[in-house]
Design a protein around this ligand. Structure first.
Ligand SMILES: Cc1cc2nc3c(=O)[nH]c(=O)nc-3n(C[C@H](O)[C@H](O)[C@H](O)COP(=O)(O)OP(=O)(O)OC[C@H]3O[C@@H](n4cnc5c(N)ncnc54)[C@H](O)[C@@H]3O)c2cc1C
Length: 309
């Protein structure tokens, strides 16, 4: 069994296939360039339902209990399942009304959930049960689990997990930029989304007072560094959410390419002995476990229980 692409999907699949008793090898010329390293890794089917299909919503919901089980098995990866808080500035309250009509959420007082926001925000929306995880810790952990047991010889099955680089019809790349900040004065405990007409923003906690602030969404394959305009927008929006970000340190500005088909839905497709898993778009973490389970069951069914390379 050979996996091409050791980004998010390749790593998840490598781990799960090995657990199913298969020998797995992987190839990746640039494993550090995966979008999986850049993502905020929110597990947010309700928030994403405002833009995405019922099928994505269902996959995202089905993945939540899988993540809870997998994260306790993987150990020592920061995560939370205390929901998402959505806020807006007073002049943008109309966006909150529109958002609340389009997904499952409950009205709340922002300061009750996140005391650090009590001074600046009154009413908010709470999307219960949603989660997030530390993408870098997960990628490292899965990388370590996948580093041994490399197969050799001709693979019975090849799995293409090459993300935005895959040569598939209708596959496009959607550039996303994030800032990683160290802001020990800011004490947010869960993902917060700021609705804004021009600069919608999310801020997702990471360990030790760190935050991922994102993200732009630009129809482009350009993988060059973050633009000044994007950095200004992300950082200004973060500062408008909490003034404590003024003293934050910018640890990195990162770019990733989200792989997406025209309908923004993922696809598992067989061609001969080659399985392609792609089009995870902005939901790779949110729906990844469901796709990985589906792929493992397809592959084991094809192999008929044989333990092969
Ligand atoms: C800014 C940003 C924020 C995001 N936030 C979230 C979020 O909050 N929640 C969420 O669920 N998702 C989020 N995502 C989306 C998520 O990161 C992607 O859906 C996911 O990483 C896609 O996984 P993948 O394995 O298909 O691709 P990738 O993770 O990009 O991995 C593809 C790998 O294939 C390798 N490769 C390329 N060509 C070849 C080749 N010829 N041979 C072998 N290997 C090759 C690459 O080097 C790379 O390592 C975000 C993405 C971005 C960019």
């Amino acid at each position: 069994m050979q996996i091409h692409g050791f980004g998010l999907m390749g790593r998840l699949l490598c781990w799960r296939l090995k657990k199913a008793g298969l020998r797995v090898a992987w190839t990746d010329p640039h494993p550090a360039s995966a979008a999986g390293w850049v993502a905020a890794a929110m597990l947010a089917p309700k928030a994403e339902a405002v833009l995405s299909s019922p099928a994505i919503f269902a996959m995202g919901n089905a993945a939540l209990p899988l993540w809870q089980a997998w994260l306790s098995e993987l150990g020592d990866i920061q995560h939370g399942f205390t929901g998402t808080l959505v806020v807006s500035h007073p002049q943008d309250q109309g966006l909150m009304v529109d958002f609340s009509r389009r997904t499952e959420c409950e009205p709340c007082q922002a300061g009750d959930l996140e005391p650090a926001l009590a001074d600046r925000f009154g009413r908010g929306l709470w999307l219960s049960g949603e989660g997030y995880l530390d993408n870098s810790a997960l990628m490292h952990r899965l990388g370590a689990l996948g580093s041994s047991n490399q197969g050799s010889g001709e693979a019975a099955i090849i799995v293409d997990c090459t993300g935005a680089a895959a040569e598939l019809p209708d596959l496009r790349a959607v550039r996303g930029e994030v800032a990683r900040l160290h802001a020990p004065e800011v004490t947010l405990t869960r993902p917060v989304r700021l609705l804004h007409p021009r600069y919608p923003l999310y801020i997702v906690p990471r360990p030790d007072g760190r935050y991922v602030v994102g993200a732009t969404e630009i129809e482009s394959r350009d993988h060059s560094p973050v633009s000044v305009q994007s950095a200004l927008e992300l950082l200004s929006a973060a500062h408008s959410l909490h003034p404590g970000f003024a003293e934050a340190r910018i640890e990195s500005l990162q770019v990733g390419l989200r792989p997406a088909f025209t309908d923004n839905e993922p696809k598992l497709a067989w061609q001969g002995n080659r399985l392609s898993i792609n089009g995870l778009y902005r939901h790779g973490f949110m729906i990844g476990p469901v796709l990985a389970e589906r792929a493992v069951s397809d592959i084991t069914a094809r192999l008929g229980g044989r333990h092969v390379h």
